[in-house]
Structures are given as structure tokens and as C-alpha cells.
Design a protein around this ligand. Structure first.
Ligand code: 5RP
Length: 293
């Protein structure tokens, strides 16, 4: 069995060398997937830019009514026109997002322990099975994973079982890298975690931005989208998105830095300018200030 002791340090990430040809299909690592799976992925990633802006509003599943998400019904539908995918829980969609909002949805398919629990990294279980995800017309399902923490093995099992069920249903799986509060957000950690999720079957991986991020995106054989993390000043959040895209991310799955912005609608549009239209962070921030009400 391979082990970490005595391994040679990784160094050659082929930065600048394109990923293997996906048989003409534009999404990294997805060339050999079935039609239904590709059709759903093609709804997540813009055909023009190849990138995606996903709006994450699943925070209540462990945190309760987070600032900015006190009323999902008032906040989420107005943001939908500015993003490619809405990412949330079954309960949030069913109660607060009218089905007439014509936007692809990514369903959080695992539950986890609340912020009150002493160690959230023990993880949880399946919150919605694949049959019900199909009934909800999901284009993807998201599984939380806890690499390096108490819930590592259990979450990888949930990931693999979800990928199995999703393969039969034609629904891709977004593997989410969780970072415990005591864990360092280093290149080494994200290299390990993102690669583990991809090799265990995730079709898209959600990670955080870090120093050395270019290595992380190049070593991961499927697209990476970044979470925004805690609220930053709008200009800094746009800089993070800009760097991530320029270092190989295929989009964002951002929550607080959009819905907690002074003007969430303007921020969602500004993030879209970076992700889809190659705006610099500076230009996107100017755009944000222009659009902000
Ligand atoms: C947690 C998640 C959340 O969806 C994500 O953290 C929300 O996005 P943000 O950090 O941008 O508020 O996947 O693991």
C-alpha cells in the first residue's frame, strides 16, 4: 500500500498544458460520461465561457438563519437571473424558490451536524436519495466530505454511493471539501482533498482558494469551483474570484460574499463579469459600484 512516508514531493503540475481532450465535450474530465450526465453538466457550465457562477444558500442546513438568509423567499429568487446554478437544500427549494424560477439546481444531498455540535467534522448522512433528486429536477447533487477529520471515511462512502446512484440517474456529483476549524487551508491540504474527491468519483469539486491554487486546479482531473468563505469586503472577494479563475478554477459556488454584500444583486453580477467575461477584479469592482443601488 502506498504511504506518505518516503514519497517524493509532487512538483510537475504541467501548468499551461491543457487537460486531455474530452472527446469534444468542453468540461474537464467529462468526455466519457453518458449523455444525460453531460446534458446536466452542460446546464451548469456556460457554453460560452466554460465557467459557472453557482449561488450557495445551503448555510441554514447546519447554521440556521445566517445573516442575509433570514428570508430565503425574499433573497434567492431575485438573485437567480444573475447566476448559472442555485445550490441549496430540498427544504429551501420546496418552500422558498418557486419552480417557475427557471434555473438549474444543485441539491445538497447530505445532512451534517449543527454548529452546536462539538465536532462538526464527524459528518452526517444522506438527506435526499437519488430518486427524489430526480423528482426535484436536480442537475447535480452535492456531498460534503471531511478529509483529514473524524468523518473522512464515512463521507467518502457517502460520496461513492452517491456517485453510483447518480451514474444510474444521469446526475453528476459535486464533491465539497470541508475544512475543520483547526485545519490549515494549505496547498498541500487542497491538493490532497480535491484529488481524493475526484478519484473517488466526484464530477466537479468545490474547494477553497489558497496559495498555490494553480497546482490544485491542474492536479485535479475535474473542474474546481471555489466557495467564498466568510464575508470579505466586496473588492477582496472579487480579487479572490479573479485569482481563482486565472489559476484554473472553472467558477465559484459562492454564498456569503454574494448574499451578505451591500448589494447582493450587484455583487452576483460583478462576480459573473469575472467568471464569464474575463473582467479584472478592479474592473469588476468598478462595475459593482456602478450597478450598486
Ligand atoms: C460548506 C458549503 C457551503 O455551501 C459554502 O461554504 C457556502 O458558500 P460560502 O462559503 O461562499 O458562504 O459548501 O462546505
Amino acid at each position: 500500500m502506498a504511504d506518505a512516508v518516503g514519497n517524493k514531493a509532487s512538483k510537475d503540475y504541467g501548468v499551461g498544458v491543457p487537460p486531455p481532450d474530452s472527446g469534444g465535450f468542453p468540461i474537464k474530465g467529462a468526455g466519457h460520461l453518458d449523455w444525460g450526465m453531460q446534458h446536466r453538466l452542460a446546464q451548469m457550465f456556460s457554453p460560452a465561457s466554460g465557467n459557472t457562477v453557482m449561488l450557495a444558500f445551503d448555510h441554514g442546513y447546519i447554521m440556521g438563519p445566517t445573516s442575509g438568509l433570514e428570508r430565503l423567499d425574499l433573497v434567492i429568487p431575485p438573485l437567480a437571473p444573475y447566476v448559472n446554478v442555485l445550490m441549496g437544500t430540498r427544504g429551501a427549494f420546496k418552500t422558498c424558490v418557486p419552480p417557475t424560477v427557471q434555473k438549474p439546481i444543485c441539491l445538497r444531498s447530505t445532512y451534517d451536524t449543527s454548529v452546536l455540535f462539538e465536532d462538526m467534522t464527524v459528518g452526517g448522512g444522506i438527506a435526499i436519495d437519488m430518486e427524489n433528486a430526480v423528482a426535484m429536477d436536480a442537475v447535480a447533487v452535492a456531498v460534503q466530505t471531511f478529509i483529514g477529520s473524524a468523518g473522512e471515511a464515512r463521507s467518502l462512502e457517502l460520496l461513492a454511493r452517491t456517485v453510483d446512484a447518480g451514474t444510474k440517474a444521469g446526475i453528476p456529483t459535486l464533491g465539497v471539501v470541508a475544512v475543520g476549524k483547526d485545519m490549515a487551508r494549505t496547498e498541500q491540504f487542497f491538493l490532497l482533498a480535491t484529488r481524493m474527491l475526484a478519484e473517488n468519483g466526484a464530477h466537479v469539486v468545490k474547494s477553497y482558494y489558497c496559495d498555490g491554487f494553480e497546482h490544485v486546479t491542474h492536479a485535479c482531473p475535474v473542474p474546481i469551483v471555489i466557495a467564498g468563505g466568510k464575508k470579505l469586503p466586496e473588492s477582496e472577494a472579487l480579487t479572490m474570484a479573479y485569482r481563482a479563475i486565472n489559476e484554473g478554477a472553472r467558477g465559484v459556488d459562492m454564498g456569503r460574499n454574494i448574499f451578505q454584500a451591500d448589494d447582493p444583486n450587484a455583487m452576483a453580477q460583478a462576480v459573473g463579469k469575472v467568471v464569464h467575461e474575463a473582467f479584472t477584479d478592479k474592473r469588476a469592482y468598478e462595475f459593482y459600484l456602478d450597478v450598486k443601488s
